[in-house]
Design a protein around this ligand. Structure first.
Ligand SMILES: Nc1ncnc2c1ncn2[C@@H]1O[C@H](COP(=O)(O)OP(=O)(O)OP(=O)(O)O)[C@@H](O)[C@H]1O
Ligand SMILES: CC(=O)N[C@H]1[C@@H]2OC[C@@H](O2)[C@@H](O)[C@@H]1O[C@H](C)C(=O)O
Length: 410
């Protein structure tokens, strides 16, 4: 079946769109990439989204308009990605659209009031909340293709974080017979999937002691913290808006990281918190960067040193979380997302993760730039085949559930 996957991530740089052919279900899942492209947001729409992500207030009218403006560009991306198909290629019969996250709040532990009608054992937390704009009904109407959207809501309703959702797809496409692997996405935020080798699951039995979730398979995952979000914001500030990101890490590579500062930052709550855990720009956004820059100023760091230190925070927080929450370091780390193109970050990751070897998912045959869009095509395909899409051991949900709402074409 040909399926389109659409996502714009926390970097808010544009819509990643793929057309894939999918067959099989889980263990026998096969995904062939037919076409892929990124369609940048119109500048004004992007600034509006970033303002909302940074907490700008919106009226209901503005919210409705923003939702449909995003749905419209998502629908355009879907049509565009399959516009140049050869004669022997079939158009998509299904779209999986993640939409644009504008707000994400993980579930919070609470102390229920004595008058609560719910027993504390049943409801020991307030549910998370995650809002993705770009409503699926409009995408289905504009494209004429059945669309699945709002993937995170069902997992959150059963107590999960609703994120990360890509790990079950990593399990099907990247698990190795002999090597323990981590698949590390480095987008705006970083997230990992740990894939113990199929051959030696018993090596991973120690996992439950470190990880507060239950994982019989040994497969776990979580958001590691900042990916490129802080770096991008810092580059924009330090270049006076001339540059939007540190191309290949060239600027940071001219400086040296302040390891003492990185060590202090790693003591912060998010890095110490056990999985399941998820985060977003609400935490690792402009205010967080302000605090980092106050610290770097105290240490008298120059611009290149500031960027090297923020790059080190991304690399070191990833390595710190593996050492804290996995039974042992993996044999291989497969990076994907835009951060996998930052050569300096990749070097620092390798230095922090020795003796594990760092690769990109491209080297394993899975496109590093479009893996998330591919995953949402697969999640939509699973939804249509009644296959639950969440991994409770990753999201913290109380059960596996079907993910996504189906919007048929009327
Ligand atoms: N050549 C490059 N050199 C350095 N950094 C790069 C390069 N290409 C992309 N990036 C970084 O990758 C970022 C975009 O990554 P990506 O598209 O994976 O993020 P995202 O999908 O929006 O985020 P998330 O996975 O958190 O939702 C850019 O903002 C930039 O920081
Ligand atoms: C709420 C939200 O959009 N979370 C994103 C974000 O970007 C990376 C990381 O944080 C991950 O948890 C998730 O995205 C990917 C696609 C996921 O669900 O696996």
């Amino acid at each position: 079946m040909n399926v389109i996957g659409l996502i714009s991530g926390t970097s808010v740089d544009g819509i990643d769109a793929v057309l894939v052919n999918i067959s099989g279900t889980t263990d026998d899942l096969v995904v062939d990439l037919i076409a892929a492209n990124t369609y940048p947001y119109p500048a004004e729409l992007r600034s509006q989204i970033l303002a909302v992500c940074n907490g700008a207030a919106l009226s209901m009218v503005e919210l409705a308009e923003l939702d449909d403006a995003i749905a419209t560009v998502f629908a355009q991306a879907a049509l565009a990605v399959q516009s140049g198909l050869g004669q022997n290629q079939q158009p998509a019969v299904l779209i999986g659209s993640h939409g644009q996250t504008v707000y994400h709040r993980p579930p919070q532990p609470i102390h229920p009031s004595p008058n609560s009608p719910f027993p504390a054992s049943r409801f020991p937390f307030s549910l998370g909340y995650s809002l993705q704009l770009g409503r699926g009904a409009l995408i289905a109407h504009l494209t004429g293709i059945t669309t699945i959207s709002n993937f995170r809501a069902a997992d959150i309703a059963v107590g999960g974080h609703g994120a990360p959702l890509v790990p079950p797809v990593d399990v099907c496409l990247l698990r190795h017979p002999q090597y323990d692997r981590c698949v590390q996405n480095i987008g705006g935020i970083g997230n990992v999937t740990y894939l113990p080798a199929k051959a030696n699951p018993t090596r991973n039995l120690a996992l439950d002691k470190r990880h507060s979730g239950q994982s019989h398979s040994g497969i776990v995952g979580w958001d590691t913290g900042p990916g490129n979000a802080l770096l991008d914001l810092a580059v924009q500030r330090l270049s006076g808006g001339q540059q939007s990101f540190d191309h290949n890490g060239a600027w940071a590579a001219q400086g040296s990281p302040c390891l003492e500062l990185v060590h202090q930052w790693l003591q912060q709550e998010y890095f110490q918190q056990r999985p399941p855990k998820s985060t977003g720009r609400e935490l690792f956004g402009p205010n967080y960067l302000d605090r980092c820059l106050q610290d770097t100023a105290r240490y008298g760091l120059g611009d290149a040193d500031v960027l090297a230190t923020l790059t080190e925070l991304t690399a070191a927080s990833i390595a710190h979380s593996y050492r804290s929450f996995l039974p042992h370091l993996p044999d291989q780390v497969l990076v994907c997302g835009g951060g996998s193109r930052n050569q300096y970050l990749k070097q620092r990751l390798q230095a922090n993760l020795n003796p594990a070897t760092v690769y990109t998912t491209d080297e394993m045959g899975l496109n590093a730039d479009y893996k998330e869009a591919i995953a949402f095509a697969v999640l939509a395909y699973w939804r249509m085949n009644q296959i639950p899409g969440n991994l409770p051991e990753v999201t913290g949900a109380s059960q596996a559930v079907l993910l996504g709402e189906i919007h048929l074409v009327v």
